[in-house]
Design a protein around this ligand. Structure first.
Ligand SMILES: Cc1cc2nc3c(=O)[nH]c(=O)nc-3n(C[C@H](O)[C@H](O)[C@H](O)COP(=O)(O)OP(=O)(O)OC[C@H]3O[C@@H](n4cnc5c(N)ncnc54)[C@H](O)[C@@H]3O)c2cc1C
Ligand SMILES: NC(=O)c1ccc[n+]([C@@H]2O[C@H](COP(=O)([O-])OP(=O)(O)OC[C@H]3O[C@@H](n4cnc5c(N)ncnc54)[C@H](O)[C@@H]3O)[C@@H](O)[C@H]2O)c1
Length: 455
């Protein structure tokens, strides 16, 4: 009979959230077991944020070169995907090898256990034949997997998820993207800029449906300008595949689309049943693990990252990880606060947002004032010329006189977002924001104009 092994803390899943928790606690002298089924570092560095942003950087360079004729002369540019694929392989992922990250953890004294972990009771995790008892507790940080919609025929085809797209050594000549959320729009634009014929199929009436309607419209305009076919309020009825191509039969009139590849980017979900959460009294069929403000999910149990369902972003997983670490170490600190949750979709133009959309604010029964100002109307936008599309949208809680939401779209829209992020987080009165000095000529001066236009 095998005996259980002891540890102070067992962290299940070593993505950005789990790696931070495990590494920091090990560095603080705790006996930490980190359990990882695939690669230490998780989705973000190997199949998510980092490789996709390398692709986007390359695609944006091509687009900028395409703007030279309008502003600076002539440019002849030949896209070469091999450069992008090579950079992802060599610089981003080390050819999908996590040795550096694993060594970083073990150098701090952590014990890395490779395998799929599962709760087998309170403060207890089983990995294959081994069982670990965690004196202080267990941290769940297992992230999410792609959600594959139940479209007839889809399961029998070799469709791509984000993982295949990130590892692509060659680009297909044509691509259908199912889902017009963050993954769908970012990758559609990159692939199109590398001369792949892309069609995006989005079930809702606009792209980036969780953001302001203006954001979805801008994303659609930008994608169309890059040659992408954007179909909204459209669903796939049937998917097929033969040696040559994928076919997607659409609902409604039943139009048939064909493409060399099909990318499914229709959201993600956590598999709580496989994680054994029922053994600690949690609902295995829930969409995420509920936590309190200190990321506690039960006695001796914490959860951080995508699995909590509070925003599938690396910065959320790191933020929550810091809170969980403090709590496990017995250090007091503020509860998690998601009022000023920022996010950036790295299309060109970038679309950043923080806090509530106008609609979300109204649904909360708040009396709101809003404004939308075009970046092109600013001096900097006008000077910038080609590639200057974008807008600032502000959502003010009219009764409190503070911003509760904002969208910053445009060149460097994600960077411009920062000031708005501070304003929403710190609840800086709109009246104070109106009376500060905004550098001339910057894109962010559009914020000053938008503050003046709140009504
Ligand atoms: C294409 C793409 C682009 C993205 N771009 C951005 C971006 O620009 N900015 C941003 O903020 N976010 C982005 N994200 C989201 C970001 O990648 C995630 O929010 C982040 O990785 C979540 O971190 P996590 O620690 O919660 O989980 P994950 O990164 O998913 O890591 C979880 C880890 O747990 C492991 N695991 C799972 N189950 C078990 C088990 N039972 N036992 C042991 N190990 C297990 C997995 O193998 C994985 O390594 C992107 C995602 C994708 C797919
Ligand atoms: N820049 C970033 O921060 C970034 C980039 C990529 C991904 N991410 C994260 O990864 C997560 C997953 O990204 P995602 O794009 O897969 O999910 P998402 O939830 O952002 O978008 C999925 C889209 O697919 C649509 N959809 C669902 N089922 C469909 C169907 N059957 N037919 C047509 N459309 C359908 C939805 O309406 C939705 O608009 C995001 O929630 C985001 O948090 C972040």
């Amino acid at each position: 009979m095998s005996t259980s092994e002891q540890a102070d803390v067992v962290v299940v899943g070593m993505g950005p959230g789990g790696e931070y928790v495990a590494g920091t606690l090990a560095g603080a002298g705790l006996d930490v077991v980190g359990v990882e089924a695939e690669l230490v570092g998780g989705e973000c560095p190997y199949w998510g944020c980092v490789p996709s942003k390398m692709m986007i950087r390359a695609g944006n360079l091509l687009a900028e070169a395409g703007r030279i004729p309008a502003l600076a002369g002539e440019a002849v540019v030949t896209p070469d995907w091999e450069k992008v694929a090579g950079r992802i392989r060599d610089e981003a992922t080390d050819d999908w090898n996590d040795q550096v990250a694993a060594d970083r953890f073990t150098a701090k004294g952590g014990r890395l256990v490779r395998g799929r972990g599962r709760l087998s009771g309170p403060r207890q995790v089983t990995v294959g034949e081994r069982t670990f008892d965690a004196r202080r507790g267990v941290v769940l940080a297992t992230g999410t997997r792609p959600r594959i919609p139940p479209v007839p025929g889809l399961d029998e085809t070799p469709y791509w998820t984000n993982r295949d797209a990130m590892a692509a050594k060659e680009l297909p000549a044509s691509l259908i993207v199912l889902g017009g959320g963050a993954i769908g729009v970012e990758l559609a634009q990159v692939f199109a800029r590398f001369k792949c014929a892309v069609t995006v199929i989005e079930g809702q009436d606009r792209l980036l449906a969780q953001e302001e309607p203006e954001a979805g419209e801008l994303a659609a305009e930008a994608l169309r300008a890059d040659g992408v076919t954007v179909l909204t309020s459209t669903r796939a009825r049937q998917v097929g595949h033969d040696d040559a191509a994928f076919t997607v039969r659409l609902e409604g009139a039943g139009e048939l689309l064909r493409a060399e590849r099909l990318l499914v980017a229709t959201g993600r979900h956590a598999d709580l049943a496989a994680l054994g959460v029922g053994t600690v009294g949690l609902d295995p069929s829930a969409g995420g693990v509920p936590t309190d403000g200190q990321m506690r999910a039960g006695d001796g149990l914490w959860a951080v990252g995508d699995i909590t369902g509070r925003g599938a972003f690396t910065h959320v997983s790191m933020y929550q990880a810091q809170i969980a670490v403090r709590d496990i170490l017995g250090q007091p600190g503020p509860d998690a606060d998601y009022r000023a949750l920022p996010r950036v979709t790295f299309t060109d133009p970038e679309i950043g947002a923080v806090g509530l959309t106008e609609r979300q604010a109204m649904e909360q029964g708040l009396r709101v004032r809003t404004s939308v100002l075009s970046v092109t109307s600013s001096t900097r936008g006008w000077v910038h010329g080609a590639g200057n599309e974008g807008f600032i949208k502000l959502v003010e809680d009219a009764d409190r006189g503070v911003l509760i939401g904002a969208t910053s779209a445009g060149p460097a829209g994600g960077e411009v977002l920062y000031g708005l992020n501070v304003a929403v987080h710190a609840e800086v009165p709109v009246d104070r924001l109106r009376h500060m000095i905004y550098t001339y000529p910057t894109f962010h001066r559009t914020i000053e104009a938008a503050l003046g236009a709140l009504s």
